[in-house]
Design a protein around this ligand. Sequence first.
Ligand SMILES: [Fe+2]
Ligand SMILES: [Fe+2]
Length: 298
Amino acid sequence: MRIAFTGDLHVDISQRNWELVPYMSEVLKIIDPDIFIIAGDISPELGDIEYCLDCFANLRCHKLFVPGNQDIWVLSDEMQRQGHDSYEKYYFYLPELCRRNGFIPLWMEPFIYGGIGFIGNIGWHDHAGAGSGEGEFLKSYRYLLDSIWNDMRWACWSDISMMAEGNSPPVRRPDYEVAREFNLRLDQDLENFAHDQSVKEVVVVTHYPPFSELSIVGMPFPGSRDTETILFSHPKVSISISGHIHDRRDALVRGIRAIRCSVGYITRDQGKYQDVVKNCLEVIHLIDRDDFLPKAQA
Ligand SMILES: [Fe+2]
Ligand SMILES: [Fe+2]
């Protein structure tokens, strides 16, 4: 089974990010994967996400999407005051948009193919892992600090119980509660696969990195430490695909292969799209039952 994935396409950031997507789609047609995964952060604008997913309309494979933090931002104080929030995007607009464009909303619909279970979840962060100080952060990772501030402003997970008590919106849930909610959902989805005989191994796709080993030295860990405890407690989990940090990683963390391969913010000096795609589109192979010839032909 051939799995291609990328993340952090950020089509709203620059024209080069926007133009990369149809190019990537052409490359994927040649790769011809069985599964194509996007690990979040396309754009805060639903229209941009629609454009991006539509660019992959001609791919024959199964297409899976998990939202990133920027995909759930509500980029207007006025909209937030009117009660529009990130839950609305996460549970309603984004799943609809995926289905309309031939993508499986993986955080809503776990998927099984060739004995491999796929689970998706935005992840989220609880700010439990403080770094050693802003002065030491590498300039190229400055956007990770900006992301914390932007999430505080634009990620709006409303506390519905507070609104029911007559408080005017938005009343936001704290990040640790949001992280706990998504971790619980992840644990439940994994538990379901644990009891499913047809699932031999599990690929978990999160936008935020699940392991502190995926952090950048000197930066706060942009995830929740409970996520890794959950992944380690389910022996079928063999692969973790994540995004949010704009670089490339392939590490083995206590028996789980943890991979990240993001587009990020493309700069002028990054050369031709051909070269950019090479660094932001990963292809991995998993052995499934279909890879073996039936006994009669062996
Ligand atoms: Fe990103
Ligand atoms: Fe992100």
